[in-house]
Design a protein around this ligand. Sequence first.
Ligand code: DX5
Ligand code: ZN
Length: 219
Amino acid sequence: MSLKVAPSVIAGDQAELGREVRAIDAAGADLIHLDVMDGHFVPNLTLGPGIVKDLRPHTHLPFDCHLMLADPGRYVETFARAGADRMAVHVEIPGIGDVLRAIRALGKMAGLVINPGTPVAAMEPHLGDIDFALVMTVHPGFYGQTLIPEALDKVPLLRQTLRALGRDVPIQVDGGVTVDNVIQVVRAGADEVVAGAAVFKAPDYRVAIQALRDPVAGA
Ligand code: DX5
Ligand code: ZN
């Protein structure tokens, strides 16, 4: 299975999001990663469902919405209606099991996200209710940070835990992934990577996306 690349549009030109989405689609992205931040769960503010809805006609690629919200359950239906195909919510939020089940009940893929400071054990009770897992390798809030190696170490442990439960779901890694460290990310067991700065701050999106996939052949 080849590595999937999900460029995160918060690293793109925020006044030109439609153009940016079309550009990464044309450049070979697998998913469009949309970071939704509420200024409470994380110390930053980004896009809301109105922007997701207006971006929807710009691509047929799946919308991978990473909801960094203090109360994600309040918004999953709105994001589903706006065009989200996948919604990832944080295990650090109380009552997240109900939110995961609500996402699936809406016919969307449910992802469970874990922050660098949270142990994998916190995910265990929910692993039967997910379609993918997301391991954060930076503290969420901002693109362009440096990958935290200890956070990446959780990927093999999570894979082991999933296998023990007979669950075969993709693991996504998000935060500080670059062409220089993607080989370690793949060796740790990632199926998908999110890439903000590594794609949008590169001179050529197609070359950047391909460069993230390339090291995989020799992994
Ligand atoms: C961080 C976001 C990430 C981030 C990725 O809060 O969830 O998706 O934007 O950007 P890079 O790849 O630049 O760390
Ligand atoms: Zn993200």
